[in-house]
Design a protein around this ligand. Structure first.
Ligand code: GCW
Length: 696
């Protein structure tokens, strides 16, 4: 007994309660600064709530959790609004957005008000965030409204429990227990999403099994929709375009066939009868072997419009993905989506959104923007980012994606003159889109800490915050996340934030310097395989993209090459078209640059590439050193977890560096510049490593 008490006392004094990461950024450990804590405690001493729906219950329960955790108090519930220190109110506010809220505070009272209960919930999370990040609650006069309507996660989860490109365990959805049992994790998932403004979730993989829309599964989906509703989250499903054949026994899934149309209409009726606020269907059609309208000689427009018609009576949406690329021996995969969709601009029904990946290829480490942003004037396009780190080192490499999102969102499409940034395209400002959306392909799984790598939680957080306001900086978001997640001293917070902000560029340097792309392992997409020269399709090889030869490296997309650059507005095009002025980070995306070509810093392409590979690895060593200073400053479980993952990251960074340099050197025939030393490993040895990683 004495031993246990001593152990507990020492844990408390060293603050070393093991933190398994389950609580995410909603940690709510006691605020150490007493003055601040007392001040907050006064402000949250009593609460009055003027609404009483399901959302009211979860809002009050969130306040209870936050006040007992952060402040060590239990707020009194008062029916007398005048006496309450915190008033939560549904009422008319100036901003008509149903999700907007206002927070106003005077000396004795803080009022959170919104047109809807959901807006109040968002306001409460904002207030809690302010306490978690030690901000003042005095004289607040805040109005906040989301700039994007649909802020969503897309789960690539399959009904057998696996996740496509999921690196944090198995799927969270226990289909076999549903609809009877609602796992408490579903509720914590919904809370976490609501805390960052996420209001929609697509439960299943876009490579969709038709099973999800069978009556059996729809019952399960309804149970999840009911569990998420109080948190303001709508449920969507990915569908299999061939469902009328697979489930309905029809001879065809041709979108113009009357029986097929009828089948989808009654399916939509069935779904909405069960789930009246169902969000809609997401469709990956005629892409990577998935069925679609082109199987019947029809177009993406025919397919999308048929489904849109079926779902329109219920106010449902069709989210049609633009990730399509048929192999064309003369073409350039970069140009495929634009070629397919631009011609139909204006011909899609109004309840359709075209969901576009941030770049033209496929979630590479760094991509220029998809030319569809800024090109679709009459059809809403939405942003698809990938949180799960398919090409970003899975769950062993620490990559904070905030700076990548920010780089994409700040890119100027010039569609309607200077300042037509991607952020402004997708939030509807540039073309006045009636529907707006941003989604992240989820990085969550059944791992206790949700995301495998503890630091990857920040990517989920960043998606929600940027979807609420695509003009927020990645720095501000990192600052919030670190403070909320670690509740550590300010020096430690700064160290963690610094590593985060540098992490993406570091990863880029040791894997994809100067804009070389699609050089990862084939199929599993892990580790380096720039030597992949044969694959089931040429555009699945690495050679198709890097085109290394005795002269140089990179894909010429200028007028002299594939001319895909021509898909951008001339003012954006000119940023990339001159090999002498292009930002080096994008060089090999657009130019076949001679190895000896001199960059603006005076170095040759070869020397600069090698420098980046080597400096990238050195930076991982630096990350390790900086992280080492966190020992004792944050809880030991997270510390050790990240420390171990950084060791793996270092090992794999060396693998990337050596494999890439040795492989490309076969073409450049140039030496590794000093002070760097050529690897003592051979290329053959490094190629052999791939098999080890295949079985991961
Ligand atoms: O990046 C590729 C992935 C596929 C994925 C596809 C897509 C769901 O390798 O696994 O399939 O993109 O986005 O549809």
């Amino acid at each position: 007994m004495r031993f246990i008490i001593l152990l507990l006392l020492s844990m408390i004094s060293y603050g070393s309660f093991a933190d398994d990461g389950y609580r995410l950024w909603l940690k709510y450990d006691r605020i150490q600064n007493e003055t601040l804590r007392k001040n907050y405690a006064q402000k949250l001493a009593s609460v009055s709530v003027n609404f009483s729906d399901e959302t009211a219950k979860v809002t009050v329960s969130e306040i209870e959790k936050a006040t007992s955790g952060l402040l060590g108090i239990k707020s009194k519930t008062l029916s007398n609004t005048a006496q309450a220190t915190l008033v939560l109110k549904v009422g008319k506010i100036e901003n008509e957005n149903p999700e907007a809220f206002e927070i106003k505070s005077s000396k004795n009272q803080t009022v959170i008000i919104s047109n809807t209960s959901k807006g109040v919930l968002y306001g409460v999370f904002e207030l809690i965030r302010r306490m978690q990040t030690s901000e003042s609650l005095e004289n607040l006069k805040i109005t906040s409204a989301p700039k994007i309507q649909l802020r969503m996660l897309n789960h690539w989860d399959n009904n057998n429990g696996t996740i496509e490109r999921g690196y944090a365990g198995m799927s969270m959805w226990k289909w076999y227990e549903l609809p009877e049992r609602i796992d408490s994790r579903y509720i914590d998932y919904a809370r976490a999403n609501a805390s960052i403004g996420i209001n929609g979730t697509v439960l299943n993989n876009v490579n969709a099994s038709a099973r999800f829309i069978t009556p059996e599964y729809l019952g399960k989906v309804k149970a999840l929709a009911d569990a998420f509703r109080p948190y303001g989250i709508k449920v969507f499903l990915s569908i299999n375009f061939a469902s009328p054949k697979i489930l309905g026994g029809l001879k065809t899934a041709d979108p113009l066939d009357p029986e097929v149309k009828h089948w989808w209409k009654s399916k939509a009726d069935e779904v909405y009868k069960l789930i009246p606020d169902f969000g809609g269907f997401v469709v990956k059609a005629n892409s990577e072997g998935e069925p679609g309208p082109m199987d019947f000689g029809r177009t993406h427009k025919d397919g999308a419009n048929m489904l849109a018609e079926a779902i329109a009576p219920h106010n449902g949406l069709i989210i049609w993905r633009a990730f399509v690329y048929n192999f064309d021996p003369k073409g350039d995969r970069f140009a495929a989506a634009y070629n397919e969709f631009k011609r139909f601009d204006g011909e899609f029904l109004p309840n359709i959104i075209i969901q576009v990946k941030n770049g033209p290829i496929d979630f590479q480490v760094r991509e220029p923007i998809s030319p569809l942003f800024g090109a679709m004037e009459k059809t809403p396009v939405s942003m698809e980012f990938q949180l799960t780190q398919e090409y970003l080192g899975w769950a062993t490499h620490w990559v904070y994606e905030g700076p990548m999102f920010e780089e994409v969102l700040k890119t100027d499409t010039h569609a309607k003159g200077k300042g037509s940034t991607v952020a402004k395209v997708i939030d509807g400002e540039v073309f006045k889109y009636p529907i707006t959306s941003m989604i992240g392909v989820a990085n969550t799984g059944s791992d206790r800490n949700w995301t495998g790598h503890p630091m990857a939680q920040a990517n989920w957080y960043a998606l929600g915050r940027m979807a609420w306001n695509p003009e927020l900086t990645s720095e501000k978001i990192a600052d919030e996340w670190v403070k909320m997640t670690f509740q550590s001293d300010s020096k430690s917070s700064e160290t963690i934030k610094k590593i985060m902000l540098e992490s993406r560029e570091i990863y880029t340097n040791y894997t994809n310097p100067l804009g070389v792309h699609h050089v990862m392992g084939e199929g599993h997409h892990f580790g380096p395989e720039p030597w992949v020269e044969k694959a089931p399709r040429p555009d699945w090889t690495a050679l198709y993209y890097h085109r290394a030869d005795s002269i140089g490296i990179g894909f010429d997309r200028t007028e002299k090459g594939s001319n895909s650059l021509g898909q951008y507005h001339p003012d954006l095009r000119s940023k990339y078209s001159d090999i002498n002025t292009i930002q080096p980070e994008f060089l090999l995306w657009f130019h076949h640059a001679p190895w000896t070509h001199k960059l603006q810093n005076g170095k040759t392409v070869w020397d600069e590439m090698v420098t980046r590979y080597y400096e990238g690895v050195k930076s991982v060593e630096k990350m390790q050193k900086e992280w080492a200073t966190m020992e004792g400053k944050i809880d030991s479980e997270t510390f050790e977890n990240v420390e171990a993952r950084l060791k793996t990251q270092y090992k794999e960074a060396l693998w990337w560096r050596d494999a890439s340099v040795l492989y490309f050197q076969k073409y450049s025939k140039m030496p590794v510049p000093s002070p760097y030393q050529k690897s003592t490993r051979t290329l053959e040895e490094l190629k052999g490593l791939v098999d080890v990683y295949h079985v991961r």
